[in-house]
Design a binder for this molecule. Structure first.
Ligand code: ADP
Ligand code: MG
Length: 599
């Protein structure tokens, strides 16, 4: 008997699962489905990403709803557009052999009229992000009085994004006797509070992390511009003086080049790839195993199955073409119960792939910042000090030389000796990192060119200007929006509104400053372009929502879009003159906007 049938699922659904390649339930599915199928209690399910939660709630829903009735019976709330589409799509797949199932995905950043049309045609399952859902409820375009089940998917992330209020409002339009199922990867206090407020005596289920890859591996990623990659990579190596690592490249050529560049810069590294003879490869591997080599630079094929203990770091200098290879790579560390770190260097363009990898490995990455020159130097200095302190002293042997040594140091104070000793090894780092730049990319795509210009121009004065205006924190872009307290926004609802429409996580949003008829908010700079793009056609109660880079508005009147096109152009030109470099996307956007108006 098919294991899904054993859980109590009907033939049509089990068939569909077989067709899409689900052979047996995951752990959370196995444990949650029988409970949810009873339809009799509220439910809290805790399990990491990638453990199959969608089917865990989706399959019971399909089993419990009445598809001969064409009205909203289930509402699934989730944090992002991406997830919303994913869930709707999964549900459509699961229900492919059932007649008359209508599922609608409702999310920000897309035409609301299409979504309204679909709802009017009739729907039983609504999958929605909170902001857009509330908008639709506000238009009285949907009736939730017949809703029997509400699912809060990725509840922790929804709270992170500031959707608490929206969720309250949405749930208040659903009947009291509905059942609420909450799914989350973590159970912070806020989620616990939700569970308490919205649920009666929920059945709680936590699924361990058994089949989600090696829990001894920590995954980190760094966002750097392509041309800074090598320098950033060296900093990561330098801040880990005891690194014993494998560095993965995509091609043989890249592997060879990186190895050669490292050797030239004084690192203990060598290459391993398919263009080497078997003998050469054996030699490299022997040196690595013996620890005469600190960094092994390798291609996927050459490093497949390498089983060396105590590898401290796996570094993805380039991401693998196939995501599965990421797991093979990171599996070279944290062997035999040890801990290890897997690092990915990604360009701003590639940053989205991290989320994808997270889903596959069922684990979250830690976003890290490339250390500054000073941080590296400090680390190296202490490593040298540690070495000096822990070196084994052979009293007998050294004694005979001591008088001569003391004589040589006669004119040196203790402080002098310390300084000289440390400098001996340390000067290399001091020299290299003297005046070192910040290598973290805070850029959105397409800003590189202007950044170059502003590097040459007067960046100091730009900082001052922004500083006075209460400018963005480092790494963040400050954005103006023509909505404020008169539109009934507070910081929480503004955060929700931004995240929902821009399709970003609340984690990348910085300070929010609500004014009367407008507001400012900060986003991590590499998200800025996404925010602008996704806000292109957003309206609020029939009014076009307008965003602008906040620096752009300096000297502006802070009005609500009343300035003429000419006036704005003038403003921009003035700004460019003063600042040398201006963000590319603002200019592009402006042109696009004025084009739109003209035509
Ligand atoms: P979560 O919501 O826990 O992050 P998803 O429901 O998105 O996880 O599932 C993660 C991936 O695993 C998806 O690609 C999904 O199709 C797949 N999956 C889920 N359940 C099964 C199963 N029983 N057999 C095979 N693949 C599954
Ligand atoms: Mg999920």
């Amino acid at each position: 008997m098919n294991p899904f049938s054993q859980l109590g699922l009907r033939h049509d659904i089990v068939n569909a699962l077989t067709e899409i390649g689900f052979e047996k339930p995951t752990q959370i599915q196995e444990q949650a489905i029988p409970v949810l199928l009873s339809g009799s209690s509220d439910f809290v399910g805790l399990a990491q990403t990638g453990t199959g939660k969608t089917a865990a709630f989706g399959l019971p829903l399909l089993e419990l709803l009445d598809f001969s009735e064409n009205s909203p019976q289930a509402l699934i709330l989730c944090p992002t557009r991406e997830l919303c589409l994913q869930i709707a799509n999964d549900l459509k797949n699961f229900s492919r052999n059932i007649n008359d199932v209508n599922i609608v995905a409702v999310y920000g950043g897309a035409s609301i009229s299409d979504q309204l049309r679909q709802i009017r045609r009739g729907v039983q399952i609504v999958v929605a992000t909170p902001g857009r859902m509330l908008d639709i409820i506000g238009r009285k375009a949907i009736d939730f009085s017949g809703v029997r089940y509400v699912v809060l998917d990725e509840a922790d992330e929804m709270l992170n994004m500031g959707f608490q209020e929206d969720i309250n409002d949405i749930l208040s339009t659903t009947p009291d006797e509905k059942k609420t199922w909450l799914f989350s990867a973590t159970m912070p206090a806020e989620v616990r509070r939700i569970a308490k407020n919205y649920m009666t005596d929920p059945h709680e289920l936590t699924v361990g992390t058994k089949n989600t890859g090696n829990s001894n591996i920590e995954h980190h990623y760094y966002v750097v511009r392509p041309r800074d990659k090598f320098a950033a990579f060296k900093r990561i190596v330098d801040i880990n003086p005891d690194i014993f690592g494998i560095v993965f490249c995509r091609t043989k050529i890249e592997t060879q080049e990186i190895a050669e560049a490292l050797i030239k810069d004084g690192y203990n590294a060598d290459a391993l790839h398919g263009d080497l003879s078997q003998q050469q490869r054996d030699k490299v591997m022997k040196r690595y195993r013996d620890r005469s080599l600190q960094l092994l630079i390798a291609t996927d094929v050459a490093a497949r199955g390498i089983d060396v203990n105590d590898v401290t770091h796996v570094i993805n200098f380039s991401l693998p073409d196939e995501i599965e290879n990421y797991t093979h790579r990171s599996g070279r560390t944290a062997r035999a119960g040890k801990k290890g770190i897997s690092i990915a260097l990604v360009t701003p363009k590639e940053a989205g792939k991290i989320r994808h990898i997270e889903r596959v490995i069922g684990k979250e990455f830690i976003k890290s910042t490339i250390p500054t020159g000073i941080e590296v130097c400090e680390k190296q200095l202490f490593s040298i000090i540690d070495k000096v302190k822990s070196v084994e002293v052979n009293e007998e042997q050294i004694n005979q030389f001591l008088p001569k040594i003391e004589e040589a140091f006669q004119d040196f104070s203790k402080e002098d000796v310390i300084k000289h000793l440390a400098s001996l090894e340390f000067n290399r780092f001091l020299n290299y990192y003297n005046g070192a730049q910040d290598l973290n990319s805070n850029e959105s795509e397409g800003r590189g060119r202007d950044r170059d210009r502003s590097d040459r121009g007067d960046r100091g004065s730009r900082g001052d200007r922004y500083g006075r205006e209460g400018g963005a924190q480092a790494g963040f872009s400050r954005i103006f929006v023509n909505l404020g307290s008169v539109d009934n926004f507070d910081r929480g609802s503004m955060l929700g509104f931004i995240c929902d429409n821009a399709q970003i996580s609340g984690k990348v949003v910085g300070k929010i400053d609500i004014k009367g008829v407008f507001s400012f908010f900060e986003v991590e700079s590499d998200m800025a372009e996404k925010v602008f793009n996704n806000f292109k056609d957003v309206d609020f109660k029939g009014r076009q929502v307008r965003l602008e880079p906040a620096g752009d508005r300096e000297g502006g009147s802070g009005d609500r879009g009343g300035r003429s096109r000419e006036g704005r152009r003038g403003g921009r030109e003035r700004a460019s003159e003063h600042q040398g470099g201006f963000r590319d996307f603002s200019g592009k956007r402006r042109e696009r906007r004025s084009e739109k108006k003209r035509w």
